[in-house]
Design a protein around this ligand. Structure first.
Ligand code: DQA
Length: 141
């Protein structure tokens, strides 16, 4: 099974970006943790990040065609993008929505997600460990 871990805008700046909100783990730490868990549970993994919405939509289309499991932290697009939702709706494998921070304890505009109702599972507020939990969940089938 191939698991795609797709990260949206500003997530490449983890570690330097608002560490009081997102923690001090860097994006490289996030990638390393995902690869470690994937090895532990025996799945192939690819971890990507983009600040370009069109690129994210292309990745979701390819994941739909391949039937891949997707772990998606869409960043701010979560709260704004019907286009990302429409692309994620086409997935044939499981979709897990992940957020590092507890979006429900933050500004009201972060309480709305265009993804939660089409996701198999949602993980918020666990930092990079949320990705580890999501990988274990999809690996179970
Ligand atoms: C985030 C939460 C979003 O509201 C925010 O726009 C992000 C990161 C998180 O992982 O906590 O970019 O998705």
């Amino acid at each position: 099974m191939t698991v795609l871990v797709l990260n949206g805008p500003n997530l490449g700046r983890l570690g330097v970006r608002e560490p009081d909100v997102y923690g001090t783990a860097t994006y490289a730490d996030l990638v390393g943790r995902c690869e470690q868990v994937a090895t532990d549970v025996g799945v192939e993994i690819e971890v990507r990040q983009t600040d370009a919405e069109a690129e994210m939509i292309g990745w979701l289309h390819a994941a739909a065609d391949a039937g891949s499991a997707v772990i998606l932290n869409a960043g701010a697009w979560t709260h704004t993008s019907i286009a990302v939702r429409d692309a994620a709706s086409q997935l044939n494998g499981p979709l897990v929505e992940v957020h590092l921070s507890n979006v429900h304890a933050r500004e009201a505009f972060r309480h709305t997600s265009y993804l939660s109702d089409i996701a198999s599972a949602v993980v918020v507020g666990m930092g990079i460990e949320g990705y580890a939990a999501a990988i274990r969940y999809v690996a179970q089938g």
